[in-house]
Design a protein around this ligand. Sequence first.
Ligand code: F6P
Length: 550
Amino acid sequence: MALNTINPTNTASWSKLQQHFDDMHKVTMQDMFQEDVFRTAKFNLKWNDFLIDYSKNIIKQETIDLLLELANEVGLKKAISDYFDGEIINQTENRAVLHTALRAKESAVINVDGQNVVPEIYEVKRKIKAFSNEIIAGERTGYTGKQFTDVVNIGIGGSDLGPAMVVEALQFYKNQLNVHFVSNIDGDHVNEILKKINPETTLFVVVSKTFTTQETLTNSETIKAWFLSQEFGTKQEDIAKHFVAVSTNIQKVTEFGINPDNVFPMWDWVGGRFSLWSAVGLTISLAVGFDNFDELLSGANEMDDHFKSAEFDQNMPVVLALLSVWYNNFFGAESEALIPYTQYLQKLAPYLQQGTMESNGKSVGRDGNPVNYETGTIIWGEPGTNAQHAFFQLIHQGTKLIPSDFIGFVKPLYGDDEHHDKLMSNYFAQTEALLHGKTEAKVQAEFNKQGLDAERVNFLLPFKVFEGNKPTNTILIEKLTPKSLGSLIALYEHKIFVQGIIWNIFSFDQWGVELGKQLANSILEEINSKEIKNHDSSTAFLLDYYLKNK
Ligand code: F6P
């Protein structure tokens, strides 16, 4: 059944939120904390080993009540059932959206076109398990009989970002295999990887849902040609030992020369940016072992259950999505920062940039009309404390409102408490500083202590005062494990879904990336034939310059 089409701005709750915003604009978080000692007790959520404190937001109970009313008015409850039940909610591509089925329990029944897909999912999982175990244990060897030492994942977008982020995040749990990622069509990227590997001991995992993506096909052809170089003494049939593929397009994979036995299938109801749970996660399973991969899936599955069953006011993805709508649509905040206080999550922001911005970067409503309100937020971020020394100045004292998520862990992985306590003191200090800022009185007192003269004080005062009142969510998790990481990723996936429902857009297509791909193909033909065709004067000028100087 199709998703409903309700312009959120036409709902009663939206009008009430607009009026409420006019009042809230005049209050500060500092005052609200002063007035209500129970504020944090009201605005926090606990689930499994996750704690979310969202009290440092510019909200009152009334704000949350109205946002929840909005969620109900746009039919969020039914949309969630449609999502999990495999309804065709990706209507422009005529597909169900079932990455959640990939992490469902084996006993679940999830139908697509009247067919339960769970048995096939588990068949592929068993294939991933057997293959990973054999490679890790050295039972499958390369063309000279040597054990594999390196794995190269060749893919881009969702066929790269998810596995790359998770392999980085779960480094602590990694085995002996060295894992590399080739994504960019930039030949320098692939050549840098080739420098590091030995063809005798390297496994290549070509990941492409469509198997038509220019970057992945070009990189794979380059790597295949390198692998078959005379100097290595390799033969065509050795490809079967060294190349495997993950795709829905078995025919194209076979044409490329990969043995159909070496293909790990996926399905068109898995969107690229939500595909790490499928065989796209093969590289994850190779890097950390199948059991850890399965833990990642079970963590996501637990978050799915929470999202499906928790009341909206206790529902982590729903609350995070509603807060984001509050800032995006009422305060006019354009971006959100994501600051994990662990180096392991350094690729979380780039990963969620695709998840969030490819999904919700849309300007046409589900009714086919242009939207008359803001949609997808811009996501960016870097791990703390590095981020503090890079861009925090702008969050503290710039002119833009940047709601930020602070993600931290109670326990470090190596048990180094001295470092961890320092790291976490920064994590807590930053959200506190963003909330309170620094008042004129405080700055003045500091100056008095330093004995500064009045003229200098007057000059410096405005620069040293911080207004504070900057919203943050604090997400505090027990420990970074495959399971908690799975839950964390699923938390953000569902936040994206809720936002898309409220904004009345289709979150699971990505037509916007197609035009550039088509133009690149025709420009490539012109570069090859050295014949520049009809372009605007800027593009023609640049192409001419490139051709003359290359
Ligand atoms: O950038 C567009 C896109 O289609 C993404 O959605 C997808 O993750 C990526 O390209 C890669 O696609 P494929 O897995 O088919 O190579």
